[in-house]
Ligand binder design. Sequence first.
Ligand SMILES: [Zn+2]
Length: 369
Amino acid sequence: MINLSELKVVEDAFFTAKLEYYKPSLHEFIEEHFLESEIYSRKTLIKLKKIIAETKEKAHDLIMRHDLEIIIKEIKKTPKDFDEKTWEGFLPEIMQEVKNLLGMDFKPRPVFFEDSFPQGLFIFEKKGASSVTIFEGQPNAGIYFLNRRVSSFFTPVLLIHEQLHSCLSQNKSKDQIYIEWFEEGLCQWYSLLIYYKLTKNKQVIDLYRLRNYIYSKVKPEYNFTRRYFEYMKVFQQLYLHGGPELIGKILVMYLSNERDKVNEFLNLDKLDFNYIPKTEIENILAKFSSFIEPEKITPLEYLILKSAKKPKTIQTLSMLISAPEEVIKKSIFRLKIKGMIVIKDKYIEVNWRKLDLLEYGLIKPVFPF
Ligand SMILES: [Zn+2]
């Protein structure tokens, strides 16, 4: 059993929780306050409660307090440890699924959960990898997971991802060159598909998708998750063009080392959509990267909008949000310019054009970090 780090438990809860803030804007706060190096314990909850107690009456703090309280509730339901033995026990099934889907046999690689990557692989740690592979034929061959980056939700998907790599490498010839976009896209795509086949757990797939989206917004360019999100976009289009058959065809090209032919598929504008996703998981994967960006506003503007679903005066708003009238007036001016409110006599009300968006979470406050 691996005890999860404080950061991973809070982050898992953060992904699951329904929050007011635009999530990508809050992620840095989470990473700043919770540590990868610290094992989750009651201290984490105490820390969270302390942050809540220190919040002030300012708009951004009010929303923060609300969101942190929701995260605390979510943490209570979030797993704090990870049973690596269960997942190691899944290896034969994973192998069978890979065989069925890709039509290739392979020997699963041994899996290790360690406190640091084997020597010489530090750079992967820095680039945000939670796991690395040392290929067959080298000493210490196997798949290495970093204990402090283990997540109860995402580690099993990664485990499958890495086994897909082993399958590919065992079926490639020595002179074959790795094509990053194709191999990583393929491993991402099929790891989610296989995970779903084994567990029928749609929630984890949705969380994984959300995490990819958030990381693509907040992590540095070189971060793996951020890069692989782009490859998933390529795969979405390939899939909608030709479905699993096309992926199989490109895989054959890849294994025959026909580099140019594989890369030809990066010309996405040439691909029309001919394939209709059939199963639930195909549908999820086909829109993996399709997130609607909300219109982002300041916390104060957001609180005003939420309070003004029915007409309110500036005085009432000032009382409800406990902000000085002068400050409220400035925000109202900005909201007016953005077309988000209408002013009738002394009353301020959400513009009906924007009301639906507000109610469906497509207008979101941004945490001012
Ligand atoms: Zn990979």
